[in-house]
Design a protein around this ligand. Structure first.
Ligand SMILES: [Zn+2]
Length: 168
């Protein structure tokens, strides 16, 4: 199912909604289009660019922030199922989680120390820091800004959502 990230007026992520619902909200002028894809969607009356991220026009209550537990699936979702060293995108089962600072050297199971890695990069990096291994991270791993955890597991995180979901 294609889903769209819904932001608050102040750009905080508050929900993930199905594409059809997002289009309805756009047509009802309840939301602004923030990010769109190059595809378009048709309604009976008009054609509009396919929404990726939408933002409410009016104020809405911000859901209470829940601490988002670090999990393998949440890290993979954050990184778009893409190896953070070589940029290869793989299916979940093929991906590994790399401790940026190795566990053996005190690196923790935290948002900012875990990244998605393909098996080849994880093996090549071994028990070293990226600098020691001469491997650069595509981006620094960030912490979630506040979208409820269950939404991330359900949704395929589109790269265009990244700015709104993660710090760093
Ligand atoms: Zn890789």
């Amino acid at each position: 199912m294609i889903t769209v990230l819904l932001l608050n007026t102040t750009y905080e992520p508050i929900h993930v909604v199905p594409l059809r619902r997002a289009v309805t909200l756009v047509l009802q002028e309840k939301v602004h289009l923030v990010e769109t894809s190059e595809r378009s969607v048709r309604s009976p009356s008009l054609t509009l660019p396919e929404p990726l991220v939408i933002r409410l026009r009016g104020r809405a209550p911000v859901p209470r922030q829940r601490a988002m537990p670090v999990s393998r699936s949440a890290i993979l979702a954050r990184d778009g199922h893409t190896c953070q060293y070589c940029g290869m995108t793989l299916a979940n089962d093929w991906l590994t989680i790399d401790h940026v600072l190795p566990q053996s050297r005190g690196g923790g199971w935290t948002w900012t120390n875990l990244v998605t890695a393909c098996p080849a990069c994880n093996t090549a990096k071994a028990n070293r820091t990226p600098a020691e291994a001469g491997m650069a991270l595509l981006r620094q791993p960030g912490k979630p800004i506040g979208v409820p955890v269950e939404l991330l597991h359900k949704a395929q995180v589109h790269p265009a959502w990244r700015h709104y979901l993660w710090t760093s």
